[in-house]
Design a protein around this ligand. Structure first.
Ligand code: M6R
Length: 365
């Protein structure tokens, strides 16, 4: 069942090309996007005034990424919230809002309760889940499935990259009906989404300094993760992975926020993982954040895009991912962070598939 892998988590990390390929599947046909499962007429999608995305844990990080893509490509305001917070804050909703609930298991009580409330309040509700027939599918108006296959490891990996890919398709569908992207650009991004499985495979087949980095840092008491824009959800997810399976305290911050507090945590003993992938609007800002980190003697591990030599002047270590349009890089950039967390947890001799205190599905509020 582990197909020769030492753990389920490692197997599932390596299954990501397939998970993403299955999720995209026949939804992209000859450069055309078909996303019927969304269950809302194009006319309704065209008139939407707002989207709210509700979820927990890793699925929440997918929501953060989804927001960047939807706002950028489809120009609809998106709000995301942790389901268990949203439900108790007396939320404001109207019928021109689409509420998307993301839960890989489809059984997370917090997210299910939030979706029930959203439906009661008259919004159109859509679930994104990996589990056919799960509870959430019975509480919403329509369902979009990720097709990542069964995920056994408590720490999510392939379901996250599948969620991201599906959210990108949702964003592109909205852009298509709302005509917010030029035709050629839409086609180009769709083609690039289609190439993600291949690029994931290229990364997984390549040689990367992940083991060396893990060896150097696995006994460190604290890790900081930084990202901006689409790099932020990647940083959040990388930090959660390390925390969950290695029990090392981590923080993830929007890089611009670092100077407002977390910078006080840095010293020569702090590894700082920075998502510094190509994004014309924020790359230079990220480099200044790296310089601020280095000035405090902390150690920078950068995730950067193939071909970026400049980053080597700034970071102590660089892990390169294949080139892809800015947002799509999130799918690729999270993989080295999953592997880094994995290697560190193994070096610490921990049970990666079954971390202490955690359950795969959280069916209590
Ligand atoms: O099944 P869900 O996507 O609703 O689960 C949400 C969280 O419980 C889940 O992502 C959790 O944070 C994982 N342990 C992450 O690795």
């Amino acid at each position: 069942e582990k197909a020769g892998f030492e753990t389920f988590m490692l197997k599932e990390i390596f299954e990501q090309p397939e998970a993403v390929a299955e999720t995209i599947g026949d939804r992209v046909r000859h450069g055309r996007l078909v996303l019927d499962g969304i269950g809302v007429d194009d006319a309704v999608l065209r008139d939407l005034r707002r989207i709210v995305i509700l979820s927990a844990g890793t699925s929440y990080h997918a929501a953060v990424a989804g927001r960047y893509a939807i706002e950028e490509w489809a120009r609809v305001p998106v709000e995301h919230d942790i389901a268990s917070e949203w439900i108790y804050r007396n939320p404001v909703l109207d019928a021109a809002t689409l509420v998307v609930g993301i839960s890989q298991s489809g059984e997370t009580r917090d997210t299910i309760e939030a979706m029930k409330l959203a439906r009661e309040m008259g919004a159109h509700t859509v679930a994104i889940t990996n589990m056919m027939g799960s509870q959430i599918t019975r509480e919403v108006d329509s369902v979009l499935y990720t097709r990542a296959g069964l995920e056994v490891s408590v720490a999510a990996s392939k379901t996250f990259t599948a969620q991201l890919s599906l959210l990108f398709l949702v964003a592109l569908k909205l852009a298509q009906v709302r005509e917010t992207l030029p035709q050629e650009e839409l086609r180009f991004i769709l083609d690039e989404v289609y190439q993600l499985p291949h690029k994931l495979q290229t990364f997984l087949d390549g040689n990367h300094p992940i083991d060396e980095i893990a060896q150097r840092h696995f006994e460190k008491p604290f890790f900081l993760y930084l990202g901006r824009n689409i790099g932020l959800p990647v940083a959040l997810e990388g930090a959660l992975k390390l925390k969950e399976i290695s029990y090392i305290p981590t923080e993830a911050y929007s890089a611009g926020e670092m100077k407002h507090g977390p910078i006080a945590l840095l010293d020569e003993n702090t590894p700082v993982v920075v998502v510094a992938t190509d994004h014309k609007r924020v790359y230079d800002k990220i480099v200044s954040n790296i310089q601020e980190v280095r000035a405090r003697g902390a150690h920078v591990i950068a995730i950067a895009t193939d071909g970026n030599e400049d980053i080597q002047h700034h970071a102590d270590d660089v892990i390169y991912i294949p080139r892809s349009p800015a947002f799509l890089q999130a799918v690729l950039a999270v993989v080295p962070l999953q592997l880094l967390a994995y290697r560190i947890a193994r070096l610490r001799g921990l049970n990666v598939d079954q971390p202490r205190n955690l359950a795969k599905t959280v069916t209590v509020e």
